[in-house]
Design a protein around this ligand. Structure first.
Ligand code: HEM
Length: 372
């Protein structure tokens, strides 16, 4: 998509698709000003645009991702109470253990599929453990996560229902007997005398799974693609492992796991000289903003020591990704262990890169076979 982004930034940086009645925004400055102004560019897309019929059929409550202030602020502070940097940092040894278990399974073969053999299962297991899902139910949980993101609509809805039922039960158990896990912490969290309702808890779990897992899988996969295309980057990382965090930021910029977001205007407004009416859909393209030459010198150069690197891959402003520290940590442990344990890492070019469906906002590949 990157050459297309570039030509849009040059010719029509704020573009109205008349057929779909949708605004597309390609420049960094415009994208960040949208994300900085939730009063004009609302995240309550469904609530504002759905028909009464559609609203009646909705099963889940909106999660923080799809709420505006003041409710967003309250829910977010409940969630961040449970999801502290310390909770995340404490996971480091366990993440290391999981990664090494997966690498042990393939180390003698000299080849693996980065996605199936590591990047896919890792975030699912980490989030399951964090929530406090019992070990014996882990496979069930993984099956549901698979099916939910599979785009097989009927099955996905069914799996979603089953998982909801299951999580409801676990939540009830933790209400009676709290443990040291995220579900118990979310149950205990309280702001201004308010707690999360059951519906809010369930949509938050759903958000963790959908927003957190596939994105982290894609971050790890995209990193391997970047490294494969830039062997000099791998050489530098082997010589100086402390460059890894910066390299991950550069992967986030260069191949952003989330390419676009969506907002809806609450009033008439202007953007980049265009008049936008109230109630219209507006999509800031993070993947394009992150390659904007006005913000990043040589934006198409993959530079692991790029500084500053204020990319928008985790969003910006009040909805900035809650899981950013966790996904950074998972990527650091996964990639760091591979660099430490594997010899030369090469993508197996017999398999052309197969992108996940381009209609999705997610950017990554289905399979990524490598040899090492
Ligand atoms: C929000 C990207 C991993 C939980 C967001 C947003 C982006 C994003 C762009 C902002 C959405 C918006 O403004 O509409 C990513 C990327 C990830 C990642 C690229 C991995 C590389 C995770 C993980 C979790 C998570 C691992 C949790 C375990 C959330 C939550 C929000 C969010 C709860 C909503 C925050 C709010 O609305 O206030 N993420 N995410 N994300 N992310 Fe992530």
């Amino acid at each position: 998509p990157f050459p297309w982004y570039r030509s849009m930034r040059e010719s029509q940086p704020v573009y109205f698709d008349t057929e779909n009645q949708f605004w597309h925004v390609f420049k960094y400055e415009d994208a960040s000003s949208i994300l900085n102004d939730p009063a004009t560019f609302s995240s309550e897309v469904f609530q504002r645009l759905a028909t009464e019929e559609e609203k009646k059929q909705a099963t889940a409550e909106p999660s923080i991702l799809n709420l505006d202030p003041p409710r967003h602020r309250q829910l977010r502070s409940l969630v961040t109470q449970a999801f502290t940097p310390r909770t995340v940092a404490n996971l480091t040894p366990r993440i290391s253990e999981i990664v090494n278990e997966y690498l042990d399974r393939v180390i003698d073969q000299g080849r693996m599929d980065i996605i199936a053999d590591l990047a896919y299962p890792l975030p699912v297991i980490v989030i399951a453990e964090l929530l406090g899902i019992p070990t014996q139910d882990r496979d069930l949980f993984k099956h549901w996560s698979d099916t939910i993101v599979s785009l097989r609509r009927e099955e996905a809805i069914q799996a979603g229902r089953e998982m909801n039922e299951y999580l409801k039960q676990v939540t009830e158990q933790r209400r009676k007997a709290p443990r040291d896990d995220l579900i118990s912490k979310l149950l205990a969290a309280e702001v201004e005398g308010q707690k999360l309702s059951e519906g809010e808890l369930l949509s938050f779990y759903g958000l963790l799974l959908v927003a957190g897992n596939e994105t982290t899988t894609n971050l790890i996969g995209n990193a391997i693609i970047c490294f494969d295309e830039h062997p000099e980057a791998i050489e530098r990382l082997r010589a100086q492992p402390d460059l890894l965090s910066g390299a991950i930021e550069e992967v986030l910029r260069y191949r952003s796991p989330v390419q676009r977001l969506v907002r809806v205007t609450t009033t008439d407004t202007t953007l980049g000289g265009h008049k936008i009416k109230a109630g219209q859909l507006v999509s800031p393209w993070l993947g394009s903003a992150n390659r904007d030459e006005a913000q990043f010198p040589n934006p198409d150069t993959f530079d692991i020591s790029r500084a500053p690197n204020r990319h928008l891959a985790f969003g910006h402003g009040i909805h900035f990704c809650v899981g950013a520290p966790l996904s950074r940590l998972e990527a650091r442990v996964a990639l760091g262990s591979m660099l430490a344990r594997f010899g030369e890492i090469k993508r197996d070019r017999a398999h052309p890169l197969e992108r996940i469906p381009a209609a999705s906002a997610f950017f990554g590949v289905q399979k990524l076979p490598i040899t090492f």
